[in-house]
Design a protein around this ligand. Structure first.
Ligand code: CAA
Length: 247
């Protein structure tokens, strides 16, 4: 079988790294996209991955820029022949109660977390349909499912991601392209480290499993959805949240 090519945005972040490693272990050719401001960090990350036995390529890409994605992903497609798997994992938080939320806190989160799924997916979409195979996984959040105090921007973007999943799943269904969402709960990463300690402690105390998820537990859900034999699962929202939100 031909080697699948997987593009992971937010690829050098906490969850992204675990997904890249899992896809590499699955025998895929993996490309980790990272923000252009992180070019140096990404080169170092790549060297560390190589030292750990993971051969992962990197791509400097501002996912919030439509033009940059169109140009660089068009090039990627012609360089690699196909991109078979997309994991839209790039995301930021700009938490604030709504009464204090600034315009840039709203727009930055919508641009990076939601507009990015359009920017990244669209240049690769037609080729997936033509190839008759594709796996797209959008990394949303429990807070897109249930809302969160201080995250009107983030919850809106993450809920929007799953709306995108449900619509696109219908457009890809007849062509072998599945589109699914993974909605992690609180995961031990730099993003959750940034939450004020007392607030974080209260959140963890409210998780039925009494702990955050590991990044590997999220990667495991993505691994499942992109599997060759899981082509009948589409439009789903798979929670990985320790029981924090059950619907
Ligand atoms: N529910 C209801 N009221 C709350 C509240 C809550 N959860 N948290 C704070 N408040 C109230 C306070 O009691 C206070 O009330 P009064 O004004 O009546 O005294 C008021 O809100 C304080 O408002 P402030 O704007 O001053 O709040 P703050 O600046 O102290 O903190 C915040 C705001 C930074 C958003 C803080 O609440 C926070 O960090 N919350 C956590 C947000 C969160 O969960 N982020 C997740 C990040 S990780 C991630 O996003 C990954 C993922 O997918 C899960």
């Amino acid at each position: 079988m031909t080697q699948r090519v997987a593009l992971i945005t937010g690829g050098i972040g906490g969850i992204g790294t675990a997904i890249c490693q899992r896809m590499a272990n699955d025998g895929m050719r993996v490309i980790a996209a990272h923000h252009p401001a992180e070019d140096e960090a990404a080169a170092e990350w790549r060297a560390n991955q190589a030292a750990d036995g993971f051969d992962i390529e990197i791509l400097s890409l501002d996912v919030s820029s439509y033009d940059e994605c169109a140009e660089k992903l068009g090039q990627l497609l012609s360089d690699y022949g196909s991109v078979d798997v997309i994991v839209n994992c790039a995301g930021i938080t700009r938490d604030s109660s709504f009464k204090k939320m600034q315009k840039n806190q709203w727009y930055d989160v919508i641009n990076v977390n939601l507009n990015s799924v359009f920017n990244v997916t669209q240049p690769l979409w037609n080729a997936m349909l033509e190839n008759g195979f594709g796996r797209i996984v959008n990394i949303s959040s429990v807070n897109g499912q249930r809302g969160q105090f201080g995250q009107a921007n983030y919850s809106a973007a993450k809920a929007g991601m799953h709306g995108f999943t449900m619509a696109l799943a219908q457009e890809g269904a007849a062509k072998g392209v599945t589109v699914n969402t993974v909605s992690p709960g609180y995961v031990a990463t730099a993003m959750t480290d940034a939450i004020r300690e007392d607030v974080r402690d209260a959140i963890v105390a409210g998780i039925p499993m009494g702990r955050m998820a590991s990044v590997a537990e999220v990667a495991s859900a993505v691994h499942f959805l992109v599997g060759e034999s899981h082509g009948y699962i589409t439009g789903a929202n798979l929670p990985v949240n320790g029981g924090l939100f059950i619907s």
